[in-house]
Design a protein around this ligand. Sequence first.
Ligand code: COA
Length: 328
Amino acid sequence: MEPIKIKIHSTGKYVPEKKVSNDDLSKWMDTSHEWIYKRTGIVTRHLSEGEDTSDLCIKASRNVLEGRSIDPEDIGLIIVATMTPDGQSPSVASKVQAAIKATNAMAFDLNAACSGFVYALSTAEKMLRHMHLPYALVLGGEVMSKAIDWSDRKTAVLFGDGAGGVLLKKSEEDEQFLTEDLHANGNKGYALTSGEKKVSNPLVDTQEASGFLTMDGREIFNFVTKSIPKSINKVLTDNDTSIEEVDYVLLHQANARIIEIVAKKLGCSIDKFPMNIQTYGNTSAASLPILIDELAKDNKLFIDKKQKIILSAFGGGLTWGTLLLEIN
Ligand code: COA
């Protein structure tokens, strides 16, 4: 029997309408466009004016399915990568399942912070191979603005809200998922924390934790600039592919300086590293699917030729990982 192959069938995104500039932020806190832009490359970010993560994900899902004549009942699996779900239950994925009427789909959220989309894509690709229905919907969606301490200028200027996703399909064509390299280092979990909740019950009287996002920026910067080039080189070596054969390296959009350093370490032109951090800031698990959809709609991806692309992300956990795909 022919092995089952998996391909990316369509892409989509949704970001809240409200665009907030660095100058806008400088009215709310002691910061400046110069500081933010020089250190991160960010110019604007979209912030929710009330829409929650499921609202963004439902709109992104509709965008993924738009004009594709897919029967939602043919979707067997929905995974939403998020570190900012509406709540613990129901999952964001369950809300998406109901909204798009994917009545045959199992649905769950996955949290690997900013690496979430890469983890979710890897998980969905493997699960779909063993499912009888032909489609899986994989989303990354975040309302980071509700996790942030707006009095902490070190983190408040970095993040934005948004959602994006892809529809995976079982395929007769060539395999698109070539190699992967996924990791976690829980020993460094303290470098990015969010949503902490202390045990409080009739037996323990605990002071409520703030739950806001905290980050040791330097620690993350040092970890990423070492581990991401290594991870990218690993998938290339494992697949006997050179960086010259890769069309695009799509890196998690956390910081333009990080992307420049990674490109330099790989000895590769920055032109291979498309960026949209200037517009959206760091949207965590949503950053890669938003970038993929923008490139697809710009006719740079999923064109009439085979392209090798790398997806690589890093974030809280700490987690990181890289996928090598050959798409067309
Ligand atoms: N506006 C103005 N000044 C600010 C500021 C802001 N928003 N945030 C911090 N500063 C100040 C600090 O108070 C500090 O001032 P001091 O020297 O007088 O004490 C100075 O700027 C340097 O702060 P520091 O935190 O050391 O900056 P940095 O050079 O490490 O840059 C990051 C901060 C966050 C941009 C950088 O560490 C980084 O990008 N790290 C990676 C984070 C990341 O990618 N996280 C996402 C994980 S998915």
